[in-house]
Design a protein around this ligand. Sequence first.
Ligand SMILES: NC(=O)c1ccc[n+]([C@@H]2O[C@H](COP(=O)([O-])OP(=O)(O)OC[C@H]3O[C@@H](n4cnc5c(N)ncnc54)[C@H](O)[C@@H]3O)[C@@H](O)[C@H]2O)c1
Length: 478
Amino acid sequence: MSDKFDVVVIGAGPGGYVAAIRAAQLGLKTACIEKYQGKDGKLALGGTCLNVGCIPSKALLDSSWKFHEAKDSFSVHGISTGEVKMDVAAMIGRKDQIVKNLTGGVAGLLKANGVTVYEGHGKLLAGKQVEVTKTDGSSEVLAAENVILASGSRPVEIPPAPVDQKVIVDSTGALEFTSVPKRLGVIGAGVIGLELGSVWSRLGAEVTVIEALDKFLVAADEQLAKEAMKIYTKQGLNIQLGARVTGTEVKGEEVTVRYTDAKGDQEVVFDKLIVAVGRRPVTTDLLAADCGVTLDERGYVFVDDNCATSVPGVYAIGDVVRGLMLAHKASEEGVVVAELIAGHKAQMNYDLIPSVIYTHPEAAWVGKNEQQLKAEGVEINVGVFPFAASGRAMAAHDTAGFVKIIACAKSDRVLGVHVIGPSAAELVQQGAIAMEFGTSAEDLGMMVFAHPTMSEAMKEAALAVNGQAIHIANRKKR
Ligand SMILES: NC(=O)c1ccc[n+]([C@@H]2O[C@H](COP(=O)([O-])OP(=O)(O)OC[C@H]3O[C@@H](n4cnc5c(N)ncnc54)[C@H](O)[C@@H]3O)[C@@H](O)[C@H]2O)c1
């Protein structure tokens, strides 16, 4: 046994590294264990989010959007460019540099906060001991007063489409294409499928998205999902719903995908195929048989509302436990657990976790949607303001989508904010802040918003809840 820590964190993703930093800030002797190696073969902190998830995908989304604008919409502003070309290697190189800066930044932050980083695979043993197995096969055991499991998630694999990272890739492989595929298939019209499909579509790929469910974006407000479908289809994404993939065959540089839909058996050939059908928790070799921590029936580490496992002093956070698989949810759970370990009172509001799809325009929401509230029998008032009526959106040539605010008909309290349109992620956060403080639609509508801003659409939608919007005709007059 080498060292004894107050807190040992397994995993340095946005759950684990944030938990470790907060624990160290609170004066706890903290270690963090991570094994992920970056492209250079060196330890890379930051987990899926920084290395192969949120950040690199946003780098490619931003690059591909700029390309699209330069190629297809600068002319609207009177700008002529000549031929616009994309150097895919340079785009990927920029993405890699951003990842490197950020993962290096996390290492710096852990160091600055006095967190001891162990490189290797962490496994929880009985009695809150943690075994670290290093890349050279040697191991050591750390003793801990508290352990935080933050081992994250990995892509779900499906038997009909085995990933080879050459022709059939997962979300990691889709960040590494060396050229733009002419025909790109995507299995799964979820967040990853839509974001990565958009990247390569903007760069010129013909993109077909094959989705098993009959309904598009089941977790979203139906009105928002309908608008999203309209916008993505107009952008060129061919989204096939109710399509079940039955098999794939890779021949040389292309893949034939067979699927069944309402019209019968279909066959389509792609140059690349991305499998994006969800993620599952990583618990491989994480828990010794006698460690006492249990999994739930879906393979997640079982935790209570405070992220406590069945073993006192052992917590689990992020993608490896129930709830939305989102970096910001993981980070907040990390902070809450560190505070609880330090003896503070802490809790997080699971009802107000924003969801965002980083397409253009972005789609984002927080709180409940219209169909959920109707199913619960809650009487509601709804205000919708389209960006087509926003002066700022017109000036920016970015008028697709709307802000939708749903309020309780009795109390006027805002219960959900749903935005598809420019800066939707930022606008929804305004809704989340307002909802955290229990705002009414009237309160929000009475606030002074700077003119001209996209944010005014929030104010107008809030006014529209009670039939008082100024810049659109109200459905009901007050
Ligand atoms: N912007 C973000 O916040 C962001 C970005 C990327 C990933 N993530 C998270 O990562 C996780 C994984 O993302 P994802 O897009 O892979 O999952 P997802 O759950 O969002 O979507 C997967 C889709 O695949 C479909 N599907 C499943 N099996 C299928 C099959 N055999 N054939 C066809 N379709 C099938 C599902 O019905 C679903 O619509 C999610 O929890 C997501 O929230 C979030």
